[in-house]
Design a protein around this ligand. Structure first.
Ligand code: 6OD
Length: 469
Protein backbone atom coordinates (compact mmCIF):
# COMPACT_ATOMS: atom_id res chain seq x y z
CA UNK A 1 0.00 0.00 0.00
CA UNK A 2 1.50 3.36 -0.98
CA UNK A 3 1.58 5.89 1.84
CA UNK A 4 1.79 9.66 1.85
CA UNK A 5 5.17 11.26 2.65
CA UNK A 6 4.81 14.06 5.18
CA UNK A 7 7.45 15.74 7.32
CA UNK A 8 10.02 13.19 6.17
CA UNK A 9 7.89 10.21 7.30
CA UNK A 10 5.57 7.73 5.58
CA UNK A 11 1.99 8.43 6.66
CA UNK A 12 -0.61 5.67 6.27
CA UNK A 13 -3.91 7.50 6.57
CA UNK A 14 -7.10 7.75 4.53
CA UNK A 15 -9.15 5.23 2.57
CA UNK A 16 -7.49 2.99 -0.02
CA UNK A 17 -7.96 3.36 -3.77
CA UNK A 18 -6.73 1.07 -6.56
CA UNK A 19 -4.29 1.82 -9.40
CA UNK A 20 -4.69 -0.16 -12.62
CA UNK A 21 -2.10 -1.41 -15.09
CA UNK A 22 -3.19 0.20 -18.40
CA UNK A 23 -1.67 -2.71 -20.34
CA UNK A 24 -3.90 -5.37 -18.76
CA UNK A 25 -6.53 -3.43 -16.83
CA UNK A 26 -5.66 -5.31 -13.61
CA UNK A 27 -5.17 -3.66 -10.21
CA UNK A 28 -1.47 -3.31 -9.43
CA UNK A 29 -1.48 -1.39 -6.16
CA UNK A 30 -3.55 0.24 -3.48
CA UNK A 31 -2.87 3.79 -2.39
CA UNK A 32 -4.02 5.94 0.51
CA UNK A 33 -6.38 8.77 -0.42
CA UNK A 34 -5.59 12.08 1.32
CA UNK A 35 -8.51 13.36 3.40
CA UNK A 36 -8.76 16.88 4.89
CA UNK A 37 -6.64 15.87 7.90
CA UNK A 38 -3.84 14.47 5.74
CA UNK A 39 -3.83 17.56 3.53
CA UNK A 40 -3.69 19.82 6.56
CA UNK A 41 -0.86 17.79 8.06
CA UNK A 42 1.15 18.01 4.83
CA UNK A 43 0.69 21.77 4.49
CA UNK A 44 1.66 22.28 8.15
CA UNK A 45 4.79 20.17 7.68
CA UNK A 46 5.72 22.25 4.64
CA UNK A 47 5.14 25.51 6.55
CA UNK A 48 7.25 24.36 9.47
CA UNK A 49 10.16 23.60 7.15
CA UNK A 50 9.73 26.75 5.09
CA UNK A 51 11.63 29.25 7.25
CA UNK A 52 14.90 27.32 7.54
CA UNK A 53 14.79 26.24 3.91
CA UNK A 54 14.24 29.80 2.68
CA UNK A 55 17.04 31.09 4.94
CA UNK A 56 19.55 28.65 3.47
CA UNK A 57 21.95 30.25 0.93
CA UNK A 58 20.92 29.44 -2.63
CA UNK A 59 24.24 27.69 -3.26
CA UNK A 60 23.42 25.22 -0.49
CA UNK A 61 19.96 24.59 -1.85
CA UNK A 62 21.56 24.02 -5.27
CA UNK A 63 23.75 21.41 -3.56
CA UNK A 64 20.60 19.60 -2.38
CA UNK A 65 19.26 19.65 -5.95
CA UNK A 66 22.46 17.94 -7.13
CA UNK A 67 22.12 15.35 -4.36
CA UNK A 68 18.54 14.65 -5.43
CA UNK A 69 19.79 14.17 -9.01
CA UNK A 70 22.34 11.65 -7.73
CA UNK A 71 19.63 9.97 -5.67
CA UNK A 72 17.52 9.57 -8.82
CA UNK A 73 20.50 8.08 -10.65
CA UNK A 74 20.97 5.58 -7.82
CA UNK A 75 17.29 4.50 -8.02
CA UNK A 76 17.01 4.80 -11.82
CA UNK A 77 15.73 1.26 -12.41
CA UNK A 78 13.14 1.47 -9.62
CA UNK A 79 11.81 4.71 -11.09
CA UNK A 80 11.64 3.18 -14.57
CA UNK A 81 9.73 0.17 -13.21
CA UNK A 82 7.29 2.33 -11.23
CA UNK A 83 6.62 4.65 -14.16
CA UNK A 84 6.04 1.78 -16.60
CA UNK A 85 3.79 -0.09 -14.15
CA UNK A 86 1.47 2.91 -13.82
CA UNK A 87 1.49 4.15 -17.43
CA UNK A 88 2.37 1.23 -19.72
CA UNK A 89 4.96 3.47 -21.43
CA UNK A 90 7.59 1.85 -23.66
CA UNK A 91 10.79 0.93 -21.81
CA UNK A 92 12.97 2.83 -24.27
CA UNK A 93 11.06 6.11 -23.83
CA UNK A 94 11.06 5.77 -20.04
CA UNK A 95 14.81 5.12 -19.93
CA UNK A 96 15.75 7.87 -22.38
CA UNK A 97 13.19 10.62 -21.67
CA UNK A 98 11.02 10.38 -18.56
CA UNK A 99 13.53 9.47 -15.85
CA UNK A 100 16.65 11.20 -17.32
CA UNK A 101 14.63 14.44 -17.52
CA UNK A 102 14.16 14.20 -13.73
CA UNK A 103 17.93 14.18 -13.31
CA UNK A 104 18.37 16.97 -15.86
CA UNK A 105 15.66 19.10 -14.20
CA UNK A 106 17.43 19.08 -10.81
CA UNK A 107 20.88 19.70 -12.33
CA UNK A 108 19.69 22.47 -14.67
CA UNK A 109 17.85 24.47 -12.01
CA UNK A 110 20.75 24.08 -9.55
CA UNK A 111 22.98 25.84 -12.10
CA UNK A 112 20.44 28.45 -13.22
CA UNK A 113 19.60 29.51 -9.66
CA UNK A 114 23.15 29.53 -8.37
CA UNK A 115 24.34 31.74 -11.23
CA UNK A 116 21.43 34.18 -11.36
CA UNK A 117 22.34 37.79 -10.53
CA UNK A 118 19.94 40.16 -8.77
CA UNK A 119 18.81 43.31 -10.59
CA UNK A 120 20.28 46.71 -9.70
CA UNK A 121 19.42 50.16 -11.17
CA UNK A 122 21.33 53.37 -10.55
CA UNK A 123 19.93 56.75 -11.58
CA UNK A 124 20.99 60.24 -10.43
CA UNK A 125 21.88 59.36 -6.88
CA UNK A 126 19.15 56.80 -6.49
CA UNK A 127 20.09 53.14 -6.15
CA UNK A 128 17.38 50.52 -6.51
CA UNK A 129 17.94 46.81 -6.31
CA UNK A 130 15.79 43.74 -5.97
CA UNK A 131 15.90 40.78 -3.67
CA UNK A 132 13.76 37.77 -4.48
CA UNK A 133 11.88 35.88 -1.78
CA UNK A 134 10.18 32.50 -2.10
CA UNK A 135 6.39 32.42 -1.76
CA UNK A 136 6.48 29.85 1.05
CA UNK A 137 4.51 26.67 0.35
CA UNK A 138 3.76 25.63 -3.24
CA UNK A 139 1.03 23.18 -4.23
CA UNK A 140 2.37 21.09 -7.12
CA UNK A 141 -0.39 19.28 -9.03
CA UNK A 142 1.02 16.77 -11.49
CA UNK A 143 -0.70 14.98 -14.40
CA UNK A 144 -0.52 11.32 -15.39
CA UNK A 145 1.01 11.57 -18.86
CA UNK A 146 4.63 12.40 -17.93
CA UNK A 147 4.41 11.92 -14.16
CA UNK A 148 8.08 11.97 -13.14
CA UNK A 149 9.25 14.43 -15.80
CA UNK A 150 6.60 16.99 -14.90
CA UNK A 151 6.80 16.55 -11.11
CA UNK A 152 10.55 17.22 -11.14
CA UNK A 153 10.17 20.01 -13.71
CA UNK A 154 8.16 21.91 -11.09
CA UNK A 155 9.88 20.69 -7.93
CA UNK A 156 13.42 21.61 -8.90
CA UNK A 157 12.86 25.36 -9.46
CA UNK A 158 10.31 25.64 -6.63
CA UNK A 159 12.76 24.13 -4.15
CA UNK A 160 15.91 25.86 -5.32
CA UNK A 161 14.06 29.20 -5.17
CA UNK A 162 13.52 28.53 -1.45
CA UNK A 163 9.96 27.17 -1.27
CA UNK A 164 8.76 24.00 0.37
CA UNK A 165 6.21 21.90 -1.50
CA UNK A 166 3.20 19.64 -1.20
CA UNK A 167 2.93 17.48 -4.31
CA UNK A 168 -0.29 15.78 -5.43
CA UNK A 169 0.43 13.32 -8.26
CA UNK A 170 -2.40 12.00 -10.41
CA UNK A 171 -4.41 9.18 -8.83
CA UNK A 172 -3.47 7.06 -11.87
CA UNK A 173 0.30 7.44 -11.51
CA UNK A 174 1.53 7.62 -7.90
CA UNK A 175 4.38 5.09 -8.31
CA UNK A 176 7.36 7.20 -9.33
CA UNK A 177 6.41 9.91 -6.80
CA UNK A 178 6.44 7.25 -4.06
CA UNK A 179 9.97 6.19 -5.09
CA UNK A 180 10.96 9.86 -5.15
CA UNK A 181 9.73 10.21 -1.54
CA UNK A 182 12.14 7.42 -0.61
CA UNK A 183 14.92 9.22 -2.48
CA UNK A 184 14.28 12.42 -0.50
CA UNK A 185 14.69 10.41 2.71
CA UNK A 186 17.75 8.53 1.39
CA UNK A 187 19.66 11.71 0.51
CA UNK A 188 18.66 13.24 3.88
CA UNK A 189 16.67 16.20 2.52
CA UNK A 190 15.45 18.19 5.55
CA UNK A 191 12.07 16.92 6.75
CA UNK A 192 9.03 18.81 5.44
CA UNK A 193 10.77 20.38 2.43
CA UNK A 194 9.06 17.86 0.10
CA UNK A 195 5.70 16.39 1.09
CA UNK A 196 3.74 14.08 -1.20
CA UNK A 197 0.08 13.24 -0.80
CA UNK A 198 -1.94 10.87 -2.95
CA UNK A 199 -5.53 10.94 -4.04
CA UNK A 200 -8.12 11.93 -6.61
CA UNK A 201 -8.95 15.46 -7.71
CA UNK A 202 -10.78 16.04 -4.42
CA UNK A 203 -7.41 15.86 -2.60
CA UNK A 204 -5.97 18.39 -5.06
CA UNK A 205 -8.97 20.64 -4.42
CA UNK A 206 -8.40 20.46 -0.63
CA UNK A 207 -4.75 21.29 -1.19
CA UNK A 208 -5.15 24.34 -3.43
CA UNK A 209 -7.88 25.83 -1.20
CA UNK A 210 -5.82 25.35 1.98
CA UNK A 211 -4.97 28.80 3.41
CA UNK A 212 -1.43 27.61 4.14
CA UNK A 213 -0.68 27.17 0.43
CA UNK A 214 0.84 30.30 -1.11
CA UNK A 215 0.97 29.47 -4.83
CA UNK A 216 -0.15 26.73 -7.21
CA UNK A 217 1.57 25.16 -10.19
CA UNK A 218 -0.49 22.83 -12.36
CA UNK A 219 -0.14 20.96 -15.63
CA UNK A 220 -3.26 19.27 -16.92
CA UNK A 221 -6.59 19.88 -18.55
CA UNK A 222 -8.02 23.33 -19.19
CA UNK A 223 -11.21 22.42 -17.29
CA UNK A 224 -9.25 21.52 -14.12
CA UNK A 225 -7.18 24.68 -14.59
CA UNK A 226 -10.25 26.89 -14.64
CA UNK A 227 -11.62 25.11 -11.53
CA UNK A 228 -8.35 25.76 -9.67
CA UNK A 229 -8.38 29.38 -10.81
CA UNK A 230 -11.84 29.90 -9.34
CA UNK A 231 -10.80 28.20 -6.10
CA UNK A 232 -7.75 30.38 -5.53
CA UNK A 233 -9.29 33.63 -6.80
CA UNK A 234 -10.47 34.80 -3.35
CA UNK A 235 -6.97 34.57 -1.92
CA UNK A 236 -5.26 35.91 -5.08
CA UNK A 237 -2.76 33.04 -5.05
CA UNK A 238 -0.20 33.12 -7.86
CA UNK A 239 -0.79 30.35 -10.40
CA UNK A 240 1.24 28.85 -13.19
CA UNK A 241 -0.77 26.71 -15.59
CA UNK A 242 0.25 24.62 -18.54
CA UNK A 243 -3.04 23.37 -19.96
CA UNK A 244 -4.42 21.70 -23.06
CA UNK A 245 -3.41 21.96 -26.68
CA UNK A 246 -4.82 21.40 -30.16
CA UNK A 247 -1.46 21.75 -31.80
CA UNK A 248 -0.99 22.30 -35.50
CA UNK A 249 1.76 20.94 -37.73
CA UNK A 250 2.35 22.80 -41.02
CA UNK A 251 3.98 20.80 -43.81
CA UNK A 252 5.20 22.95 -46.73
CA UNK A 253 5.93 21.58 -50.20
CA UNK A 254 9.58 22.60 -49.82
CA UNK A 255 10.04 20.30 -46.80
CA UNK A 256 12.25 17.24 -46.62
CA UNK A 257 9.31 14.87 -46.99
CA UNK A 258 10.87 11.83 -45.30
CA UNK A 259 11.81 13.96 -42.32
CA UNK A 260 8.40 15.62 -42.18
CA UNK A 261 6.62 12.26 -42.20
CA UNK A 262 8.85 10.71 -39.54
CA UNK A 263 8.65 13.88 -37.44
CA UNK A 264 4.87 13.96 -37.75
CA UNK A 265 4.61 10.29 -36.74
CA UNK A 266 6.56 11.21 -33.62
CA UNK A 267 4.60 14.38 -32.89
CA UNK A 268 1.21 12.65 -33.28
CA UNK A 269 1.82 9.26 -31.69
CA UNK A 270 4.49 9.63 -28.98
CA UNK A 271 3.23 8.42 -25.59
CA UNK A 272 0.02 7.32 -27.32
CA UNK A 273 -0.62 10.99 -28.21
CA UNK A 274 -0.90 11.71 -24.50
CA UNK A 275 1.44 14.71 -24.43
CA UNK A 276 0.03 18.23 -24.38
CA UNK A 277 2.53 19.06 -27.17
CA UNK A 278 1.32 16.36 -29.56
CA UNK A 279 0.07 17.41 -32.98
CA UNK A 280 -3.66 16.81 -33.53
CA UNK A 281 -4.09 18.98 -36.66
CA UNK A 282 -1.80 18.52 -39.66
CA UNK A 283 -2.04 20.98 -42.56
CA UNK A 284 -0.18 19.95 -45.71
CA UNK A 285 0.47 22.02 -48.85
CA UNK A 286 -1.86 20.76 -51.59
CA UNK A 287 0.90 19.71 -54.06
CA UNK A 288 2.17 17.06 -51.61
CA UNK A 289 -1.08 16.39 -49.70
CA UNK A 290 -1.99 13.03 -51.32
CA UNK A 291 1.49 11.58 -51.01
CA UNK A 292 1.86 12.87 -47.45
CA UNK A 293 -1.34 11.41 -46.05
CA UNK A 294 -0.90 8.10 -47.86
CA UNK A 295 2.59 7.65 -46.42
CA UNK A 296 1.54 8.90 -42.97
CA UNK A 297 -1.30 6.35 -42.89
CA UNK A 298 1.11 3.53 -43.76
CA UNK A 299 3.55 4.63 -41.07
CA UNK A 300 0.70 4.93 -38.53
CA UNK A 301 -0.09 1.25 -39.11
CA UNK A 302 3.50 0.41 -38.13
CA UNK A 303 3.30 2.36 -34.85
CA UNK A 304 3.08 0.07 -31.82
CA UNK A 305 -0.22 0.93 -30.09
CA UNK A 306 0.20 2.28 -26.56
CA UNK A 307 -2.40 2.08 -23.82
CA UNK A 308 -4.46 5.06 -22.76
CA UNK A 309 -4.03 5.78 -19.07
CA UNK A 310 -7.45 4.52 -17.96
CA UNK A 311 -10.60 2.91 -19.27
CA UNK A 312 -12.35 6.30 -18.90
CA UNK A 313 -9.72 8.00 -21.04
CA UNK A 314 -9.93 5.24 -23.62
CA UNK A 315 -13.71 5.74 -23.76
CA UNK A 316 -13.13 9.45 -24.30
CA UNK A 317 -10.68 8.88 -27.18
CA UNK A 318 -12.96 6.28 -28.77
CA UNK A 319 -15.87 8.71 -28.48
CA UNK A 320 -13.85 11.12 -30.68
CA UNK A 321 -13.23 8.33 -33.20
CA UNK A 322 -17.03 7.88 -33.33
CA UNK A 323 -17.54 11.64 -33.46
CA UNK A 324 -15.20 11.91 -36.47
CA UNK A 325 -17.36 9.43 -38.37
CA UNK A 326 -20.60 11.12 -37.36
CA UNK A 327 -19.19 14.50 -38.42
CA UNK A 328 -18.42 13.02 -41.86
CA UNK A 329 -14.68 12.23 -41.68
CA UNK A 330 -12.90 9.78 -43.93
CA UNK A 331 -10.86 7.45 -41.69
CA UNK A 332 -7.51 6.92 -43.44
CA UNK A 333 -6.27 4.37 -40.91
CA UNK A 334 -7.19 3.11 -37.45
CA UNK A 335 -10.35 4.32 -35.77
CA UNK A 336 -10.92 1.32 -33.55
CA UNK A 337 -9.45 -0.92 -30.82
CA UNK A 338 -6.55 -3.23 -31.70
CA UNK A 339 -6.94 -6.98 -31.16
CA UNK A 340 -3.71 -8.55 -29.89
CA UNK A 341 -5.00 -11.99 -28.97
CA UNK A 342 -3.16 -11.84 -25.64
CA UNK A 343 -3.28 -10.23 -22.15
CA UNK A 344 -3.32 -6.73 -23.71
CA UNK A 345 -6.86 -7.23 -24.96
CA UNK A 346 -8.15 -6.34 -21.49
CA UNK A 347 -5.97 -3.20 -21.42
CA UNK A 348 -6.76 0.34 -22.52
CA UNK A 349 -5.42 0.37 -26.09
CA UNK A 350 -6.77 2.27 -29.10
CA UNK A 351 -5.51 2.21 -32.67
CA UNK A 352 -3.25 4.97 -33.99
CA UNK A 353 -5.63 6.88 -36.21
CA UNK A 354 -5.52 9.39 -39.07
CA UNK A 355 -8.67 11.05 -40.45
CA UNK A 356 -9.42 13.70 -43.04
CA UNK A 357 -12.32 15.61 -44.58
CA UNK A 358 -13.65 17.52 -41.57
CA UNK A 359 -14.40 21.22 -41.39
CA UNK A 360 -12.32 23.49 -39.20
CA UNK A 361 -15.47 24.05 -37.16
CA UNK A 362 -16.07 20.38 -36.41
CA UNK A 363 -15.83 19.49 -32.73
CA UNK A 364 -13.17 16.93 -33.68
CA UNK A 365 -10.93 19.71 -35.00
CA UNK A 366 -11.58 22.11 -32.13
CA UNK A 367 -11.43 19.98 -28.97
CA UNK A 368 -8.36 18.41 -27.41
CA UNK A 369 -8.55 14.61 -27.73
CA UNK A 370 -5.24 13.57 -26.09
CA UNK A 371 -4.91 10.31 -27.98
CA UNK A 372 -2.94 8.84 -30.92
CA UNK A 373 -4.93 10.65 -33.59
CA UNK A 374 -4.74 13.54 -36.02
CA UNK A 375 -6.76 15.17 -38.78
CA UNK A 376 -4.96 16.01 -42.04
CA UNK A 377 -6.14 18.79 -44.36
CA UNK A 378 -4.67 20.58 -47.39
CA UNK A 379 -3.76 24.26 -47.70
CA UNK A 380 -2.78 26.39 -50.68
CA UNK A 381 -0.79 29.37 -49.41
CA UNK A 382 1.46 30.30 -46.52
CA UNK A 383 -1.07 32.87 -45.32
CA UNK A 384 -3.84 30.27 -45.30
CA UNK A 385 -1.63 27.83 -43.38
CA UNK A 386 -1.00 30.44 -40.69
CA UNK A 387 -4.71 31.24 -40.40
CA UNK A 388 -5.58 27.55 -40.11
CA UNK A 389 -2.97 26.97 -37.41
CA UNK A 390 -4.09 30.03 -35.45
CA UNK A 391 -7.80 29.24 -35.80
CA UNK A 392 -7.93 27.43 -32.47
CA UNK A 393 -8.94 28.30 -28.92
CA UNK A 394 -5.64 26.75 -27.83
CA UNK A 395 -2.09 28.00 -28.38
CA UNK A 396 0.52 25.71 -26.88
CA UNK A 397 2.80 24.40 -29.64
CA UNK A 398 3.21 24.51 -33.42
CA UNK A 399 5.50 22.53 -35.70
CA UNK A 400 6.79 23.62 -39.12
CA UNK A 401 8.29 21.40 -41.79
CA UNK A 402 10.13 23.49 -44.42
CA UNK A 403 13.63 23.89 -45.84
CA UNK A 404 13.04 27.58 -46.63
CA UNK A 405 14.86 29.53 -43.92
CA UNK A 406 12.99 32.78 -44.49
CA UNK A 407 9.66 31.00 -44.37
CA UNK A 408 10.63 29.15 -41.20
CA UNK A 409 11.28 32.41 -39.32
CA UNK A 410 8.39 34.28 -40.93
CA UNK A 411 5.77 31.65 -40.13
CA UNK A 412 7.17 30.74 -36.70
CA UNK A 413 6.89 34.36 -35.60
CA UNK A 414 3.26 34.57 -36.69
CA UNK A 415 1.98 31.46 -34.95
CA UNK A 416 -0.15 32.10 -31.87
CA UNK A 417 1.64 29.56 -29.70
CA UNK A 418 4.04 29.57 -26.78
CA UNK A 419 6.36 27.09 -28.52
CA UNK A 420 7.24 26.56 -32.18
CA UNK A 421 9.48 23.78 -33.45
CA UNK A 422 10.99 23.87 -36.96
CA UNK A 423 11.93 20.52 -38.58
CA UNK A 424 11.81 18.84 -35.18
CA UNK A 425 9.39 18.28 -32.32
CA UNK A 426 9.69 18.30 -28.52
CA UNK A 427 13.36 19.20 -28.54
CA UNK A 428 14.01 20.93 -25.22
CA UNK A 429 16.48 23.43 -23.81
CA UNK A 430 15.50 23.73 -20.15
CA UNK A 431 16.57 27.39 -20.02
CA UNK A 432 13.84 28.48 -22.44
CA UNK A 433 10.36 29.77 -21.49
CA UNK A 434 7.79 26.99 -21.73
CA UNK A 435 3.99 27.42 -21.75
CA UNK A 436 1.05 28.45 -23.87
CA UNK A 437 -1.33 31.22 -24.88
CA UNK A 438 -5.15 31.33 -25.03
CA UNK A 439 -6.74 28.25 -23.38
CA UNK A 440 -3.32 26.59 -23.19
CA UNK A 441 -2.25 28.27 -20.00
CA UNK A 442 -1.05 31.18 -17.94
CA UNK A 443 2.57 32.08 -17.36
CA UNK A 444 5.78 30.43 -18.39
CA UNK A 445 8.08 28.01 -16.62
CA UNK A 446 11.61 27.12 -17.70
CA UNK A 447 14.95 28.74 -16.91
CA UNK A 448 14.74 32.06 -15.08
CA UNK A 449 11.00 32.23 -15.87
CA UNK A 450 10.49 29.37 -13.41
CA UNK A 451 12.55 31.15 -10.78
CA UNK A 452 10.47 34.28 -11.38
CA UNK A 453 7.25 32.36 -10.82
CA UNK A 454 8.50 30.61 -7.69
CA UNK A 455 9.64 33.84 -6.01
CA UNK A 456 8.62 37.48 -5.72
CA UNK A 457 10.91 40.48 -5.96
CA UNK A 458 11.09 43.18 -3.34
CA UNK A 459 12.49 46.43 -4.72
CA UNK A 460 14.70 48.37 -2.30
CA UNK A 461 15.42 51.98 -3.21
CA UNK A 462 18.04 54.12 -1.44
CA UNK A 463 18.53 57.86 -1.89
CA UNK A 464 22.26 58.40 -1.90
CA UNK A 465 23.73 61.61 -0.54
CA UNK A 466 25.38 63.42 -3.45
CA UNK A 467 28.90 64.35 -2.43
CA UNK A 468 30.01 67.94 -3.22
CA UNK A 469 32.42 67.81 -6.13
O1 6OD B 1 9.18 19.10 -21.27
C1 6OD B 1 8.68 19.86 -20.46
O2 6OD B 1 9.37 20.60 -19.74
C2 6OD B 1 7.23 19.93 -20.30
N1 6OD B 1 6.77 20.86 -19.43
C3 6OD B 1 6.41 19.11 -21.01
C4 6OD B 1 5.00 19.14 -20.89
C5 6OD B 1 4.24 18.21 -21.49
C6 6OD B 1 2.81 18.15 -21.31
O3 6OD B 1 2.15 17.16 -21.57
Amino acid sequence: MLTHYIGGQPVAAGMAFPVHDPVTGTVIRQVHQADPEVVDRAVRAAREAARDWAAMPVGERAGWMRRLAEGIEARFDDLVDAEIADTGKPLDQTRTLDIPRGIANFRAFAEIAAQRPDDAFHLSGVLSYTVRRPHGVIAVIVPWNLPFLLMTWKLAPALVAGNTVVVKPSESTPGSAAVFAEICAEVGLPAGVVNIIFGYGSAGQLLVEHPGVDAVTFTGSTSTGTAIMKTVADRVKPISFELGGKNAGLVFEDCDLDRAIEGSVKSVFTNGGQVCLCTERLYVQRSIFEEFWARLAIRAQEVEPQPMISSEHREKVLSYYALARSEGAKVLTGGSVPAFGDHRDSGYFVEPTVVTGLSEWSRFNREEIFGPVCHVAPFDSEAEAIDLANGSDYGLAGTLWTTNLDRAHRVAQRLEAGLVWVNTWYLRDLRTPFGGVKLSGIGREGGTQSLDFYSEPTTITIKLEQPDV
